[in-house]
Ligand binder design. Structure first.
Ligand code: URA
Length: 210
């Protein structure tokens, strides 16, 4: 992918996103909408996957038919909210391997600290799609991508639902080679690092926690 930021402004995506932003939307509906939007974001983030052809026979004729070139995929979920996008991506790419990165924010330094990292084997040979619904400060996304790069991966894409300009700038600075696909670019972060207007805490909205 060449563009650093792609906003998927499809009417169905935007309609579903508005329902997600509404604070009266219950958790079960919120989860379902995130799942559905993930399909559209996957469509966009995979549109430049390398293709080849193979000879097949339809019931009517032999043809040279397009097929994926065989580059293996890895989905990397940033815990915990990333898991809300995982099944939607896997619906589209069922054979992808899945990894998880867990990070928490050190309250003294405000820097992300890793508490879990389990990546698929052979990352140097895979296209990685890192997923996290909220690109806010960009610190955890940048740190997660550091880990994916350290595992040898050279083709990494980042998928989120909402992005803040601050997060996009942080990613551009830390990982200019990683394209971002999002459903919307919001106005700003507030002083607590939440996206405005945003949708609140995606993990809490998803799992009914507070
Ligand atoms: N994480 C969230 O869940 N929401 C925000 O607005 C920012 C970070």
């Amino acid at each position: 992918m060449s563009d650093h930021l792609t906003i998927v402004d499809h009417p169905l995506v935007q309609h579903k996103l508005t329902l997600m932003r509404d604070k009266t939307t219950p958790s079960a509906v919120f989860r379902q909408l995130l799942h559905e939007i993930s399909h559209f974001l996957t469509y966009e983030i995979t549109r430049d996957l390398p293709m080849t052809t193979k000879t097949i026979e339809t019931p009517m004729a032999e043809m040279e038919a397009p097929t994926l070139k065989g580059k293996k995929l890895a989905l990397i979920s940033i815990l915990r909210a990333g898991n809300g996008m995982l099944d939607g991506v896997l619906d589209c790419i069922p054979l992808a391997r899945v990894g998880f990165v867990g990070l928490y924010r050190d309250e003294a330094t405000l820097k992300p600290v890793q508490y879990y990292c389990k990546l698929p084997e052979g990352m140097n040979d895979r296209v990685a799609i890192v997923v996290d619904p909220m690109l806010a400060t960009g610190n955890s996304s940048a740190a997660a991508i550091d880990l994916v790069k350290a595992a040898g991966c050279t083709d990494i894409r980042f998928m989120c639902l909402l992005a803040a300009p601050e997060g996009v700038a942080r990613m551009q600075e830390a990982h200019p080679d990683v394209p971002i696909v999002t459903a919307a670019l919001d106005e700003r972060l507030n002083d607590k690092g939440y996206i405005v207007p945003g949708l609140g805490d995606a993990g809490d909205r998803m799992f009914g926690t507070k």
